[in-house]
Ligand binder design. Structure first.
Ligand code: PAF
Length: 289
């Protein structure tokens, strides 16, 4: 595996691959790699001749300075994992390399960014779009791989591809979970052992919600999810004041991401949640239909 730090070197490697008619798979990441990322890379490996993985903590998608500062950075371990998972190129640029000039581009996505993460993380999706477009320009992939844990991000990238009209196949990949159900996330490593022990409650509650959806209305299921998480620490006393603080739980159309009030929509219905636990913001999602 080649580790590339500059855009010039990446362009050169991609240019050679293109000349040799090789297909290119791109897996954009912010590092702190886990099995979830590795599943994207293994999938890209089976579908492309050249697999490029970017490892770049993108400052312009963080609307919270503390979150950016605390974002785990484990580049050496990441490169070892990438090699094991079959990546051909690890692209690990510095901030100056990715953004030699101040960024002035802004992307708008309409209604799909006006829900869930959008209003709570102003500028986040535009920042994601800027970096993803740069990575598309540099790596010129045939396919790009994204995890479904960030369900809204996938809708944003789909919309970005429609806006910029690049012929890239977007490949959404299923969430990978720990044995106890917790969705794998780089942020999980910031949880204390006590918080990690109760974190699977989020997915367990979502699974209960899916069962409940067979008989109950959307509003009641939403209320159930939020109130069970909010009252968890009252029913199960926790050390250090640990508690779940749900930021949102939305039940939305699987494509338009607009809130729904019935279970049967043309595009399927998904539930997306963001919850604070132990100073860490965790997100997850389930499919209802
Ligand atoms: O999902 C992520 O890790 C990031 O948002 C991405 C797509 C790598 C862009 O920085």
């Amino acid at each position: 595996m080649q580790i590339i730090n500059t855009t010039a070197e990446l362009r050169k490697a991609v240019g050679e691959a293109k000349q040799n008619k090789k297909s290119i798979g791109l897996v954009p990441t912010m590092g702190a790699l886990h099995e979830g990322h590795l599943s994207l890379i293994r999938r890209a490996r089976t579908e492309n001749d050249l697999v490029v993985v970017s490892v770049f903590v993108n400052p312009i998608q963080f609307n919270n300075k503390e979150d950016l500062a605390k974002y785990p950075r484990t580049v050496e371990a990441d490169c070892r994992l990438l090699e094991g998972a079959g990546a051909d190129i690890a692209f690990v640029p510095s901030v100056e390399e990715m953004y030699p000039e101040p960024v002035s581009e802004v992307y708008h996505f309409g209604p799909i960014e006006e829900v869930m993460e959008g209003p709570r993380r102003p500028g986040h999706f535009s920042g994601v779009a800027v970096v993803v477009r740069r990575l598309f320009d540099l790596a010129q992939p045939d396919r790009a791989y994204f995890g479904e844990k960030d369900y809204q991000q996938i809708a944003i990238i789909r919309n970005l591809l429609e806006q910029i009209k690049y012929p890239i196949e977007l490949v959404p990949c299923p969430i990978v979970r720990a044995d106890d159900g917790l969705a794998l996330s780089s942020r999980n490593m910031r949880l204390s052992p006590e918080a990690r022990a109760i974190a699977p409650t989020i997915y367990a509650t979502l699974c209960q919600a899916v069962e409940m959806s067979e008989t109950d209305e959307v509003e009641d299921v939403k209320e159930f999810v939020v109130s069970s998480l909010e009252s968890f620490h009252e029913v199960n006393p926790q050390p250090n004041d640990l508690k779940f603080e749900p930021e949102y739980f939305e039940v939305v159309d699987g494509v338009t991401l607009q809130p729904v009030d019935t279970w049967d929509g043309p595009h399927g219905v998904v539930g997306c949640i963001a919850v604070w636990l132990d100073g860490v913001r965790l997100i997850d999602m389930v499919r209802f239909r």
